[in-house]
Design a protein around this ligand. Sequence first.
Ligand code: ZN
Ligand code: FE
Length: 253
Amino acid sequence: MPLEIVTVPCLKDNYAYLLHHAATGETALVDAPEAAPIQAALEMRGWRLNDILITHHHGDHIDGVAALRDGVRVIGAAADAYRLPPLDLAVRPGDEVTVCSRAVEVIDVPGHTVGHVAFHIPTSAAAFTADSLMAMGCGRLFEGTAAQMWASLSRLAALPPETLICSGHEYTAANARFALTIEPENPALHARITSINASRKAGLPTVPSYLSLELQTNPFLRASLPSVKAAMGMPDAADHAVFGEIRARKDKF
Ligand code: ZN
Ligand code: FE
């Protein structure tokens, strides 16, 4: 049985995710931008946290950990332990940990930060990608190189297409406007923009999204396509170089 996944809006435009195993009652949290909305979401459902999974060290993903960690196991990347809240379980890329009685794979996704990890739960067909792969976007390259982020996105792109991509921010509308400048003729992109505009109008989150849809509409995932390379004026460039140029354009968009 897949875990129940609850999207919790936090701060201005962040998302945390609650995972819940109905049969065992176990509950986990991915990222803790701030404690109050997460506590409210837990109380409303009568859930108690067992684990907190941290994707990366930025304040908008960890500032709520201290207020939520009483009796809770805190899990994060060993490589970044020096700048994360104290970890009860330090994990490495390729590790598999058990959370909510489910296997969770730790995937290395450097780029936004060098220690950024994603968490993949195959039995729930879900991946928690925070500021690596986002809905129609990807995180800014604060620490890593374009080649690193391209490799990270490629690892995520290789997951089953039905995987739910649970990312860290509501940046989708702005990402969509940018995506249109790269692929103005992409019909899947136009269809998706119609649907996200409706979601935003209704005050609903536009995440999570399916990997299959990201593969059709996310320009950062599409840097290796001949049509995208041609549109960028880089028909013969390496995939990571085209990705890097798309990222650089987005930074100035
Ligand atoms: Zn971040
Ligand atoms: Fe963030």
